[in-house]
Design a binder for this molecule. Structure first.
Ligand SMILES: Cc1cc2nc3c(=O)[nH]c(=O)nc-3n(C[C@H](O)[C@H](O)[C@H](O)COP(=O)(O)O)c2cc1C
Length: 221
């Protein structure tokens, strides 16, 4: 698979087959993806891969926090509320997802179930948790971004799907309890990873992109 095909094929996967991902495959993906660029070649990323019983405990822990009404408290800054065109794009994605999943606008119960699925890492057989040392500045989150996308692209080559997720790390104490990631690390992002279940309705979403006329200005050419 060439790089263009991988970029064009990658999409967020939110429903997985239960088949485990072999550790060797995960190792190869992360090792290859570590060729991602980073500022000053600082390679600030650190990674914990979770699967099996540990991932089950994290899923249960996240759901317990969520259902007992604890507000999500991620360790990096997320958007409070999108506005304008950004909000329009968010809503457009949400409409597509909910239509495919058969979730009506007013159906609170189903919406809660969907939120829970996110806290369960979309029931993926594995998740990759990325974090940086607290001594690193916020700018290092860019480096986490280059690694994250490179992992997602490399995964495609192995027939795997990913969903880059902020949601999985919204209860940091749950992650720390079961992985031992110390308090000195800031949890950045996770990827749910596994073999896509192509019959899962949400996997049929093709998210939209703005044309270059909207996003790109040309100067001198
Ligand atoms: C930083 C980041 C955080 C994300 N967090 C979530 C998340 O918590 N839940 C989710 O379902 N998708 C999440 N996504 C996936 C985006 O919704 C998705 O990338 C976007 O809608 C474009 O769709 P595509 O990945 O299928 O191209 C996240 C993506 C990024 C880059």
């Amino acid at each position: 698979m060439d790089v263009i095909e991988a970029i064009q094929t990658r999409k967020s996967i939110r429903g997985f087959k239960p088949d485990p991902v072999p550790k060797d495959v995960l190792k190869e993906i992360i090792s290859i993806a570590s060729r991602a660029p980073s500022a000053l070649n600082s390679q600030p990323w650190e990674c914990t891969v979770v699967a099996g019983e540990v991932l089950e405990k994290i899923r249960r822990g996240n759901i317990e926090e969520f259902t007992s009404g604890v507000g999500p408290h991620p360790e990096i800054v997320w958007h409070d509320r999108l506005v304008g065109d950004y909000r329009k794009r968010q809503v457009s994605l949400g409409i597509q997802l909910f239509q495919l999943m058969g979730i009506a606008r007013e159906d609170r119960e189903k919406k809660i179930e969907w939120t829970k699925l996110g806290f369960r890492f979309f029931d993926a057989p594995a998740a990759i948790i990325l974090y940086i040392d607290e001594s690193m500045r916020d700018v290092s989150q860019f480096d986490i971004g280059t690694l994250t996308q490179t992992i997602a692209l490399a995964a495609v080559n192995y027939g795997l799907g990913t969903c880059i997720q902020g949601q999985g790390l919204m209860y940091p104490e749950v992650i720390r309890k079961y992985t031992g990631i110390p308090e000195t690390k800031r949890l950045s992002i996770n990827l749910a990873i596994g073999y896509p279940d192509w019959d899962f309705p949400a996997n049929k979403v093709q998210s939209e992109r703005e044309p270059l006329e909207i996003t790109t200005t040309w100067c001198g050419l």
